[in-house]
Each structure stands twice: as C-alpha cells, then as structure tokens.
Design a protein around this ligand. Structure first.
Ligand code: B12
Ligand code: SF4
Ligand code: SF4
Length: 291
C-alpha cells in the first residue's frame, strides 16, 4: 500500500525495462517466466479463449489458491481508463516518463484478498516482512503460484506485476473495476459487493487475449451521505474528490510514528519497525459491513 509509496519510493533505483524492470533493492519485484516455461508454451494449448472456458479455469484456480475475488480485464480497456490517461500524461514521479507496459501482454488477471478490520496486522508494514505486509506476503505467494501454473498448465506467458506503477505495475483499482470485482467509490477505492472496500489487490499480466469478466452493475455511492469523506483526519476529500497530498501527509506522519513490534506479531523471526497505515476512509464505508 502506501507503505511502498512512502518508504520504498525513496529507495527506488532508476533502472527500468519496458515490461517493468524492477528496483534492484525492492523485494516485491515482477517475476518472469523461466526459459523452461518459454519452451513449454511453444506449441502447447492455444492462447485464445473458447466460450469462456479458459477464463473460468483461471478464475477457479485463483480461488483455489485463496483469492477472495477474481476477474480478468483487457489491457486495451485498461489503457482507456481514467488512471492510465492521467498517469501516462503526468506521472507522479519525475523519473517515470510514461506508463511502460510490454505490448505482448493482452489481459490482466486481478484478484482481491479480504483484509477485515478484525485482522489489522494484514495491512501493517515492515521492511522485514517478505512483500512488506503480511497480507501482501500471502498475495505474492499466490501470484508466484498462479504465474507458474499459467505457464506450465495453460501455456500462457505471464508476468507477476510489481506493486508500483513506475516499475511496470498496473492500476489495480481500475483493473478490478473492469474485471467486475467492484466499482471505484467516492472514497477513491474499490468497493466490492462482498467485502466493501476492505480488500487488497494484486495482478498478473498475461499474453493471452481473454474475455473480460466485468464490469458489474453496482452503485453503492448514489444516495450514500459519504461518511468516507467526513471521516478523513486530513480532510483529503475537502474539494469533493480525493486529494493525494493530504492523504500522504497523514501516512508520512504514521510512518514517522512507527512502533517496534515483536516478530511473532508480523509472522517473522525478529522484532522490526512497524508502520500502521491509515484506513479511516476504508473503515467508514458501510458497504458489506453488517456483520
Ligand atoms: C500510489 C498509491 C497510493 C498513494 C497515492 C494514492 C493516489 N490515489 O494517488 C497513497 C500513499 C496516498 C495511497 C494511499 C492509500 N492507498 Co494506495 N495505492 C497506490 C498505488 C500504488 C497506485 C495508485 C495510483 O497511483 N493510481 C494512479 C492514479 C492516477 O489513480 P488514483 O488517483 O488512485 O485514482 C483514480 C481512479 O480512482 C480513477 N477513477 C475515479 N473514478 C473512477 C471510476 C471508474 C469507473 C474508473 C474505471 C476509474 C475511476 O480516477 C482517479 C484518478 O483521478 C495502488 C496500487 C496499484 N498498483 O494500483 C495502491 C492502492 C490503490 N492503495 C490502496 C490502499 C488500501 C490505500 C490506503 C487505504 C492506505 C492503505 N491502508 O494502504 C490509502 C487510501 C487513499 C484513498 N482514499 O485513495 C489499495 C486500494 C484497495 C482498494 N480497496 O481499492 C491499492 C490498490 C493497493 C493494494 N495493494 O491493494 N496509495
Ligand atoms: S482517511 Fe486516511 S487513507 Fe483515507 S484519504 Fe484520509 S488520510 Fe488517506
Ligand atoms: S462511504 Fe458511501 S460514498 Fe463513501 S465509498 Fe462507501 S458507499 Fe461510497
């Protein structure tokens, strides 16, 4: 989450390739197919979709690996999204000149892992946790397994996406919206019918041209009196829409207020500095929070 923005962005390297590259020091890098997989996929299962069977097989596999929600979007549609246009024309970071994705990738597999309020640790950040948060540690493993499975079983060349856009990552909220996982709410976050906003996202680019699984007809914000906007401790929605600098102020402060926590809390051996990112606008959203 912001974890990587606030801290990892400070240590990112300028090295980058067209399909993501990756920061030399960042543990959450894109993964590539091996040469063995490259050879395997040649002449194996055809890469186009047949009556959505392939899509269903992929979605089922992701669920089997623990994804809470899963879907597929087309990269052409993602390139037409609001986020792509904004970011491509005006990237947030100077060294990022535009969005850089490999033209060979045609579809994005995007999935969510529920991060309930009852398990706050999933979203806490530590440099010593692989993937930086316990939640992303799980998703990183799911991503790796899925990428290997796509290559070995379906012959689909795939790339596990890095978290950050400037390393070749995708706009995960837009991807999830297009794939039918939910919609982007007035809190600027993905709101899903099943878990509201309390999910984290991850994606894989695939070379196969697959049928999108979304979007869905879901409109939680119309008629809502926007507790998400009122709850923000920094007034990040004062203009009526999300304003990133105010949110960043809050999260920079939280980073400065890190705590040293025992390793057992974060699922690691040793104690570490732990940052608890802000989730106030997320928790304020009432969607799917009746229980
Ligand atoms: C950079 C970043 C941040 C930065 C800046 C956020 C920003 N929006 O500018 C900071 C540190 C401030 C931040 C804060 C948070 N983040 Co953050 N962040 C990201 C990251 C890496 C990239 C986002 C980005 O730059 N997008 C590009 C810009 C142009 O888009 P955008 O401003 O986010 O929003 C656009 C869309 O909403 C679009 N849009 C608006 N309406 C509509 C409607 C439709 C139909 C469509 C298609 C699009 C659309 O227009 C907006 C552009 O103006 C993503 C991970 C990823 N790779 O996607 C996570 C991510 C978005 N963050 C996430 C979270 C949870 C948070 C926080 C709650 C903190 C936390 N606990 O982790 C806060 C929430 C702030 C908020 N209310 O938006 C989650 C969101 C999960 C969800 N349910 O949506 C993500 C996906 C990470 C993850 N692992 O799951 N984040
Ligand atoms: S409530 Fe927290 S996470 Fe949401 S916009 Fe405000 S500062 Fe950012
Ligand atoms: S609190 Fe209401 S307005 Fe805000 S995201 Fe949730 S449903 Fe939409």
């Amino acid at each position: 989450m912001l974890l990587t923005h606030n801290r990892l962005l400070h240590i990112r390297s300028s090295k980058k390739t067209r399909s993501g590259g990756g920061c030399g020091r960042c543990a959450d890098q894109p993964e590539r197919e091996t040469d063995v997989l490259k050879r395997k996929r040649k002449g194996s299962i055809p890469m186009e979709s047949h009556s959505n069977k392939l899509e269903k097989t992929i979605v089922e596999k992701a669920k089997e690996l623990g994804a809470s929600l899963v879907g597929i979007a087309s990269i052409a549609d993602l390139k037409a999204s609001v986020s792509y246009k904004i970011y491509d024309q005006k990237p947030f970071y100077e060294e990022c000149k535009a969005v850089e994705w490999d033209e060979a990738h045609k579809s994005v597999l995007v999935w969510a892992l529920v991060h309930p309020a009852s398990e706050p640790v999933l979203d806490w950040w530590s440099m010593k946790v692989p993937g930086f948060t316990p939640g992303n540690r799980v998703m990183r493993m799911q991503s790796r397994k899925l990428r290997i499975w796509l290559g070995e079983e379906l012959g689909i060349n795939a790339l596990s996406l890095p978290y950050q856009i400037e390393y070749g990552g995708a706009f995960l909220k837009d991807s999830a919206h297009l794939a039918g996982l939910g919609v982007i709410g007035k809190n600027n976050l993905l709101v899903t019918p099943e878990y509201g906003t309390r999910v984290r996202l991850r994606g894989i680019f695939m070379e196969a041209e697959l049928e999108p699984t979304g979007p869905i007809d879901f409109d939680p914000c119309t008629g809502c009196d926007m507790p998400c906007h009122r709850a923000c401790p920094r007034g990040a929605f004062r203009s009526g829409t999300f304003e990133r600098p105010f949110c960043k102020e809050e999260n920079d402060q939280r980073e400065a207020d890190f705590q040293i926590l025992d390793g057992s809390i974060m699922g690691i051996e040793e104690a570490s500095e732990v940052v608890k990112p802000c989730r106030t606008c997320e928790f304020a959203c009432p969607v799917a929070q009746r229980n």
